[in-house]
Unconditional design. Structure first.
Length: 336
C-alpha cells in the first residue's frame, strides 16, 4: 500500500462500543479493514485480507485459546495472534510459521468513544485534540454514525458555514430575516486555523433555547477531516444556567465521495437523556445531508487548476482558509 499524506493522519472508523467479541468490517481511505479485540481488550485494526489466500478476515471469528485471543480466517482456519503473527495453520499441525507469515497491522486507538486508525507506520502521534473532552464538568455524548454520499471535505466546509443557517435550518439555527454574516477573524494555528468573532441570530440554538438569541461561535479546524465548534448563547435565553456547548465533527473518509460522520457533544447538561440531545443534532444534520449530497462535484474543488472553480464571497472566509489548509497539507483524497 502506497503511503499518502492522508495515511499519516488518524481517522475515526467505528464507535468503540461496536467492536465487541467478533470482528467488524470497516473501510477507510478505500482500504478494507477489520477491527477486533485481543485478549486484553485492546482494539486491533488490520487489513481485511488473509495473507494466505486473500479471504476477508472480518468473515472469520475470534477464538479464545487459554488466556489468549486469536483471529481466525474463515477460509482455511489460519489463526493470528494480536501482533498479527500467524499462530496456527490447521492443515499443518506441526508447522511453526516464520516471522514473515503475518497479517498487515495498522495503528489503532480509542478516543472520544470512537476507534481511530492511522494507515501509515509513521505520522501524527495521536488523534486530533478535542479540548472540551478534558473538562470533567462537561458531559459527553456521541451522535451517529451518518453515512453520507459526498466527500469528507464537503462536510467539513458545511460545518464551518454560517451563511446557510437561514435557509437550510430555518426555524432552528436561523431564519430568512437574519441572514447577514458579520465580519469575523481567522487565525492560522499549528494544526489548522481558528475562526473567532462569529455571531449568528438563531431561533433555537440548542435543546435548552427559550426563544431566539444571538449566539457566539468559535470554529477550529485541527485535522484534515475534523472540526470543532463552541457556541455560547445569551445567558438570558437559555433554560440551563451557564450553558455552553462544544461539538466536534469527526469524519471517516470511506472513499473519495463517501463518508461516515460522527458528532461528539460536550456540554454542562447532566439532566437531559442522551436521546433528547441526539435527536436535536440528528434534526440539524439530516437537514444538511440532502444538500450536501446534491453538491457537484462531490469532491471539494481545492486546486487552483481544478476543472471546476467555485465563486467566493467575504462570508466564506472560513471555507477559503480550509481550502488553503488542505492545499498546504497536500490533501488530495476527497478534493479536486
Amino acid at each position: 500500500m502506497t503511503s499518502v499524506v492522508e495515511h499519516r493522519h488518524w481517522h475515526p472508523v467505528s464507535l468503540a462500543s461496536a467492536v465487541g467479541e467478533q470482528p467488524v468490517a470497516v473501510q477507510l481511505l478505500d482500504e478494507a479493514l477489520v477491527l477486533w479485540r485481543d485478549a486484553q481488550g485492546v482494539v486491533q485494526a488490520w487489513a481485511d485480507r488473509c495473507p494466505h489466500r486473500g479471504a476477508a478476515l472480518s468473515m472469520g471469528c475470534v477464538r479464545r485459546v487459554g488466556s489468549d485471543a486469536q483471529l481466525e480466517c474463515p477460509y482455511h482456519g489460519w489463526r493470528f495472534a494480536g501482533s498479527g503473527q500467524v499462530a496456527v495453520v490447521p492443515a499443518l499441525p506441526g508447522f511453526v510459521p516464520p516471522a514473515s507469515h503475518r497479517a498487515t497491522v495498522f495503528a489503532a486507538a480509542e478516543r472520544y468513544g470512537l476507534v481511530w486508525v492511522r494507515l501509515a507506520a509513521e505520522g501524527e502521534a495521536s488523534p486530533p485534540a478535542f479540548a472540551a473532552e478534558d473538562e470533567a464538568r462537561l458531559r459527553k455524548v456521541n451522535c451517529g454514525p451518518y453515512d453520507v454520499a459526498t466527500s469528507a471535505p464537503r462536510i467539513v466546509e458545511n460545518f464551518l458555514d454560517m451563511a446557510h443557517f437561514g435557509f437550510v435550518h430555518e426555524g432552528w439555527l436561523g431564519d430568512r430575516g437574519h441572514t447577514a454574516v458579520a465580519d469575523y477573524r481567522v487565525d492560522i494555528t499549528p494544526t489548522g486555523f481558528l475562526a473567532t468573532g462569529c455571531r449568528a441570530w438563531q431561533p433555537q440554538s440548542s435543546v435548552h433555547a427559550q426563544g431566539g438569541a444571538d449566539v457566539d461561535y468559535t470554529y477550529e479546524v485541527n485535522a484534515p477531516y475534523t472540526a470543532v465548534l463552541t457556541k455560547v448563547p445569551d445567558a438570558s435565553t437559555v433554560a440551563l444556567a451557564d450553558f455552553r456547548e462544544s461539538i466536534a465533527l469527526f469524519i471517516c473518509p470511506v472513499s473519495p465521495e463517501r463518508s461516515r460522520v460522527w458528532f461528539r457533544l460536550a456540554m454542562n447538561d447532566f439532566e437531559s437523556p442522551d436521546e433528547r440531545l441526539q435527536a436535536f443534532q440528528h434534526t440539524i444534520f439530516t437537514q444538511d445531508q440532502p444538500v450536501l449530497e446534491s453538491q457537484r462535484p462531490r469532491c471539494l474543488p481545492v486546486s487552483t487548476s481544478s476543472p471546476v472553480q467555485e465563486l467566493h464571497c467575504a462570508a466564506d472566509r472560513s471555507a477559503a482558509a480550509y481550502r488553503r489548509h488542505l492545499r498546504d497539507l497536500g490533501i488530495t483524497f476527497g478534493t479536486c
